[in-house]
Design a binder for this molecule. Sequence first.
Ligand code: NOJ
Length: 563
Amino acid sequence: MTSSTQQSRPETRLPSAPGAEWWRSAVIYQIYPRSFADASGDGIGDLPGITSKLDDLAELGIDAIWLSPFMTSPQKDAGYDVADYCDVDPIFGTLADFDAMLEGAHARSIRVIVDLVPNHSSDQHVWFQAALAAGPGSPERARYIFRDGLGENGELPPNNWESVFGGPAWTRLVEPDGTQGQWYLHLFDSSQPDFDWTNEEVREGFRGILRFWLERGVDGFRVDVAHGLVKADGLPDYTPPADAASMGGDEQNVPYWGQPGVHEIYRDWHGLLAEYDGDRALAAEAWLPSPAKTALWVRSDEMHQAFNFEYLETDWHAPKLRSVIAESLAAYGAVGAPSTWVLSNHDVIRHASRLALTTESPQGNGIGPLSEAQPIPELGLRRARAASSMMLALPGSAYLYQGEELGLPEVVELPDDARQDPTWFRTHGERYGRDGCRVPIPWTADGSSYGFSASGASWLPQPPRWAELARDAQRGQSDSTLSLYRRALAERRTHALGTGSLEWIDEYGDDVVAFRNGAVTVIANVGSTPLELPTDATVLLTSSPLEDGAVGSDTTVWLVGGA
Ligand code: NOJ
């Protein structure tokens, strides 16, 4: 073990009274390591890059960071294809770099959550390589989902499941003796074979992985595809509706999503985390049909948080927003969990573009130059600022995705030959995928990679408008998106909004989302009629300037006082 295991824990990591744990109200900032900051100069972000920017994160005012995978990986799915769960991929640095980053974050009272990918490994994982070598019926194959094919010579896949990234969810092997062999299941890319979670060896293996990172000092895990680990008995055929979101979302009774068997796994992990001090937490990435369904993942003996994708997927429409907020608070509250709130991540179109698209684009499809759906940039940014201001006033925990505090839009115009998402390749360019939200972020208005990389290189090309959106260009401007986020996070802390409660205000009509959270009144004008402010109110923040003292369209204000 390295010295980090002995490092002193910041006082903020002392156990909290039940009900006051940090994760109930934290603002958690997602770092997508490849695209955050590149210290080595190879054009791909890395752990030393993150360490070098911790002061900027502290200045922003977040409580925790979540790091997308940085473990050893051939990077076929940008690190969500893990070959060694207990080491750092050389492109991101070393375990010592991780320890330094963790120590630096803790020194600034920033907690650190790492990504855990338990549904599948990389095909380069030693277990999968052993399974290939060992042949049908072996204990090595039993850690994954291998099946004989259908048809006279096993030439047909064992069922009709489609991969989330397009194409079949099964790949046929050539056996060690050179003959056509069994098929293995991969809900994602063919380089990401699914584990068989009925196998105790898999369960024990992951307990070891959890312990490895807990002992290094992490504060918790974001659990990838937490709705997918268990598959229905017999692997029955299933055809999703044509417009289904790629990760599930609205679909009911899918044999590979949301199977009841997953819950005992999370109960097991809950107990394991509880052996460690400091309120370590599990956050479920589970795309499920409703807050009530997702709430099952955060019952008091399972995970601590679940991403509220229902909220993320809600249109900029006041009645729908009021309803998803009310439904979320009720559903999570019923099981004693906080609601979370999220608008962007590395899998969806950035909300500064998504909230003003000319037409819908299902999650996972992305947008590109030839898409029917195109963003309306100014409207998108205005709505994004209003939406983020509303989200950060809600009680519970909020997730931010790197770059949203700069108002970054989706990058639509990436050249085809720059794209790297497996979705793009597996659908032969029919779906653009997620590269547009993963473009390395701008730190400085000058410099060939806008301060992202020491050498000026960037693994995805950055657009010219990154200059005006760069952090240093926004830092001194009181009306910049960065300043808005900083103000919102500071006022959220001052007024303890994360641990507060919501009381609806109905008097503003259908096109408005208005509520009180403690002393703060929040009015989001989602419609087009300007709204007069209550008399004598003090404005804490406004997402766009007031218009003759009134709240214009697509604008959120926070107020205190006033009649
Ligand atoms: C969800 C992750 O967020 C996504 O980026 C990844 O491609 C899939 N899970 C597969 O691990």
